[in-house]
Design a protein around this ligand. Structure first.
Ligand SMILES: [Zn+2]
Length: 291
């Protein structure tokens, strides 16, 4: 298997926005990092400016989002920033931020992609490890949602997302498939925005979430369609679920080779599948060594 070289960004770059959860003004600053560093988020607003590596070992349980934590420092909603970094094959980077969450932007990761493209990229001497899916793995969530990984002849990672919330959902059933490369990520995925049902908003507002978030900052679905906004693609929701997969899968810390197929799943399922894959890889390596 031909392994690509690791990449970082050529120069520092920053982008700002408003946090979806707290409403805080947040500035993200991306800094180059050495080979084999990985991605880490650094809370520059806290004393000692702690860093938290963005990997499976530092995940913290959250509802409908991805958060990481280390020794009391936590960062919420990292998935869209992780998707932008992974989609553009940035392996090593320090992401500084001055708030407990990343900015929500327009609900997509396009502003982060634009910022990283502006920073440009630099290949590093080390090669990027690749985990090739060796056997059929799947995770079934409590609500029956399923995500699968299987070996695949095509190079790289291909993801199909089947979104189907049933005939009464305001969000129509849709499916999307992409072989993930920097080009396909930029052209087909990065602009797809997160979405919510208007019936879910009151509960989130009652918890204090989204004090500055409006229907222009994400897709709000009502019985009559999208509220105060327009879809960027008919299958934008399925594309966004793939964006989430790319961001969550990146927590495994290497390239993936295989076919991934998801139905109605979310962040927790994505994380569990990555844990299973890492475990299967460890067992496979142990078996190879023993043989
Ligand atoms: Zn998302």
């Amino acid at each position: 298997m031909v392994q690509r070289r690791q990449r970082t960004i050529r120069r520092e770059a920053s982008v700002g926005g408003v946090g979806f959860l707290t409403g805080a003004d947040v500035t993200l600053r991306f800094l180059p990092a050495p080979a084999n560093h990985g991605i880490a988020f650094q809370r520059v607003d806290l004393a000692d400016q702690p860093s938290v590596p963005a990997n499976l070992d530092h995940l913290t349980p959250r509802q409908r989002r991805t958060g990481i934590q280390k020794e009391g420092a936590s960062i919420e909603l990292i998935e869209h920033v992780m998707a932008a970094l992974s989609g553009l094959q940035v392996d090593n980077c320090v992401v500084q931020l001055d708030a407990p969450e990343t900015p929500g932007f327009d609900g997509s990761c396009r502003p982060v992609v634009d910022c990283l493209l502006d920073a440009d990229f630099e290949e590093q001497p080390a090669t990027c490890p690749t985990l090739a899916v060796q056997s059929h793995e799947q995770f079934v969530a409590d609500d029956g949602a399923i995500i699968r990984a299987q070996p695949f002849g095509r190079r790289g990672m291909t993801i199909t997302y089947l979104l189907d919330y049933g005939p009464r959902s305001p969000i129509p059933a849709q499916t999307y498939t992409v072989n993930v490369t920097p080009e396909s990520f930029v052209n087909e995925i990065c602009f797809a925005r997160t979405f919510i049902l208007d019936s879910e908003i009151a509960a989130l507002k009652s918890l204090g979430y989204g004090p500055r978030t409006t229907a222009q900052d994400l897709l709000v679905f009502t019985a009559d369609g999208v509220l105060d906004n327009e879809l960027r693609a008919a299958d934008e929701c399925a594309r966004h679920k793939i964006l989430d997969c790319i961001g969550d899968f990146a927590l495994i810390g290497c390239d993936l080779q295989g076919y991934f197929n998801a139905w109605r799943t979310g962040h927790q399922s994505n994380h569990e599948l990555m844990r299973q894959l890492r475990m299967a890889e460890t067992n496979h390596d142990a078996a190879s060594t023993a043989a």
